[in-house]
Design a protein around this ligand. Sequence first.
Ligand code: SF4
Length: 81
Amino acid sequence: MQLSKIINGWKHYFTDNSEVEEMAKERIKHCIECPQKKESKVFGWVKDEVEEISSTICGKCNCPLAMKVRSINENCPLKKW
Ligand code: SF4
């Protein structure tokens, strides 16, 4: 993931934006069901109100999911969203 996308995801993780949260909810639906969703010790502190993606990463890019789904221009590596 590009640095600008990482920064965008972190920014929206730590701030409250209703449009971003709606986008994240739609993306999370796919990640919850995805076999690439992995538990992470490194990013164990990255929690989400959706418990299923708390402390998880995408196994394709190793990004914390709670931040990845909030990065506006980010894409799923498997094109699920
Ligand atoms: S971003 Fe895509 S590949 Fe990664 S866990 Fe979510 S749905 Fe799966």
